[in-house]
Design a protein. Structure first.
Length: 574
């Protein structure tokens, strides 16, 4: 494949490279060492979320160099740039977590602006941490230029007292320590051992969940999500991703050809089958929103409800992401789902082939216990469940993977921010059987819809994870386990019933029936509403103010713009 294969007159980069009037623009490219031939090739943005914030991102620049080599060798001109990330493991448990979900929008927006401003023709995106995966895929769908996504890879598991551990074990150890069940020395030993390499959190938390989604919806090369970040084989997948995007340009295949309603359903299917992060119920609707497809929390929950749970992965199961890689990677999970009749097999992917064609050579590995065939599913219902009822008319979400008890009823104990709830947990200021409620932490009310891992992990560490329930209009980490219901909508700041709760109100949850009910009469709720007023946003400037002003409900993905259904002109067609 060479530059002659491509008709530059139909590509966005013609606006900065072709014709006498673009001589000033070309002078910049000469200044950066490009040859005349390279200037007249397709320009491919190679974007990563490299930074030194956390191990999730530290290996991404290395992989970006390999992707650039693939683009160059296949007849394109790579142009590397980086975007931000906010890493949840660092942001967790304090005000920094307000930045996490907001960063998803900033990632998508900043990639859009870089691609638009420099008229790049295609994109290879490499992401490592929770919000960077959906944020990057959202930008691909928004721009609709030929694109290939690649996950930066999981971290290797740590070892503590002979067992595999992840960062969630450290969060839970904080609760054990506060309850006097772990010594200072053991806590220190664990924190030093839990994260031994570059890569994203090792269980089926949000990053690995969305990495599975990237393959299931067809935006990533088959098996590219599997290898841990330190493995040099990741560079081979990066090189192949660079080559693949050039084929997509030549063949005219764009993200919206790949990410259809059926592809999104495949994405939701792999989340449920792996007991993945509840955050996927935010990210899949947000991705659908970029291309004008209606696919909200209830659509996602419907897929979850009918999908068997087949992967025994942490935080609820026994294994980590490296174990999935060792037994064949994401294609092994997809093979099991395809054989069981749970995938739309005709969806096109970045290989130019359908998902069924990609899996033709994959034979299910029976000599392992990480992923089960559908005929021997861990449970017949997916590992994540949608809820709806008088407390959450716009829905809520709960991860049930590994839970024995699917019903809970008890009195509410209300907190208007995460810090107050965490302190109560640390102080033991709650009773067995309580339903802890953390509100005003939704997309608008937080603002930013914080994750509550510090609080839920502390509960679990104290041995109370299955003795209380926790409900919030915020989010939970993909690492959360226990009876924890998030995304309650409408959120408190928007006048939802969760904002009208009082201590002692009885809340009944049935994850089997999919209900969440408040045992307070409508007349009493209306009386309380008359005396309620929304709290003032404590952020009156900057990005958190802007986000609170623009963000929509969790049910539709907590998005900040009208989306593909309102689009008049697509960037790819400029």
């Amino acid at each position: 494949m060479d530059a002659k294969t491509f008709d530059k007159s139909k590509l966005p980069s013609r606006h900065v490279t072709e014709g006498p009037e673009r001589a000033p623009h070309r002078s910049y490219y000469y200044a950066m060492g490009l040859t005349e031939e390279q200037i007249h090739r397709p320009f491919v943005g190679v974007v990563s979320c490299w930074n030194e914030a956390a191990p999730c991102n530290i290996a991404l620049m290395r992989q970006a160099q390999a992707a650039k080599a693939g683009v160059l060798e296949a007849g394109g001109t790579p142009r590397e740039f980086c975007t931000i990330t906010v890493t949840d493991g660092i942001a967790m448990g304090h005000q920094g977590m307000k930045s996490s979900l907001v960063s998803r929008e900033c990632i998508a927006d900043s990639i859009e602006l870089t691609m638009r401003g420099h008229c790049y023709d295609a994109m290879v995106g490499i992401a490592g941490c929770d919000k960077s995966l959906p944020g990057m895929m959202m930008s691909m769908m928004r721009l609709n230029v030929p694109s290939v996504f690649m996950y930066g890879g999981t971290i290797l598991p740590g070892k503590f007292k002979g067992k595999d551990v992840t960062v969630v074990d450290v969060f839970e150890a904080v609760g054990q320590h506060s309850a006097g069940k772990m010594s200072d020395a053991d806590l220190h030993e664990l924190e030093c051992a839990a994260c031994p390499s570059a890569g994203s959190c090792g269980g089926q938390f949000t990053a690995n969940t969305m990495a599975c989604v990237s393959e299931a919806i067809g935006l990533a090369l088959p098996a590219s999500a599997g290898a841990p970040a330190p493995y040099e084989s990741r560079d081979e997948y990066a090189d192949a991703s660079g080559r693949a995007v050039m084929r997509l340009i030549a063949d005219g295949i764009r993200p919206r050809d790949i990410v259809t309603r059926k592809a999104l359903e495949n994405g939701a299917t792999i989340v449920a089958a792996t007991g993945g992060s509840t955050n996927a119920a935010l990210h899949l609707p947000a991705m659908a929103h970029e291309i004008g497809i209606s696919f909200d929390l209830f659509d996602v929950a419907e897929i979850f409800k009918r999908t068997p749970y087949i992967a025994d992965l942490k935080p609820s199961g026994r294994y980590v992401a490296k174990d999935v890689y060792d037994i064949g990677g994401v294609p092994m999970i997809l093979r099991a789902l395809l054989d069981g009749g749970y995938l739309h097999e005709d969806c096109i992917t970045v290989t130019g082939k359908t998902i069924a064609e990609n899996l033709e050579s994959v034979k299910f590995n029976d000599n392992q216990s990480v992923v089960y065939p559908v005929s021997r599913a861990i449970s017949s219902t997916g590992g994540v469940v949608g809820l709806r009822g008088s407390l959450a008319p716009d829905g809520a979400i709960v991860k049930v993977a590994g839970m024995a008890m699917l019903q809970f009823s008890g009195p509410a104990r209300c907190f208007d921010c995460e810090e107050d709830a965490f302190q109560a947990v640390e102080d033991g200021a709650f009773e067995e059987g309580d339903v802890l409620v953390i509100r005003y932490e939704g997309p608008k009310g937080g603002p930013g819809m914080r994750e509550m891992l510090a609080t839920t992990a502390a509960l679990y560490g104290q041995g109370m994870g299955d003795k209380v329930a926790l409900i919030t209009d915020g989010r939970f980490s993909g690492a959360t386990r226990g009876f924890c219901i998030g995304h309650v909508g409408p959120e408190a700041a928007a006048g939802g019933p969760i904002g009208l709760l009082q201590d002692g109100d009885i809340i009944s949850i049935d994850a089997e029936a999919g209900t969440i009910e408040l045992e307070v009469s409508p007349s009493e709720l209306e009386r309380r509403r008359q005396n309620w007023s929304p709290p003032e946003n404590q952020y009156q400037s900057g990005v958190l103010w802007k986000y609170a002003e623009q963000v929509g409900p969790a049910r539709t993905g907590a998005v900040t713009h009208p989306g593909g259904c309102a689009e008049v002109a697509c960037y790819a067609d400029i």
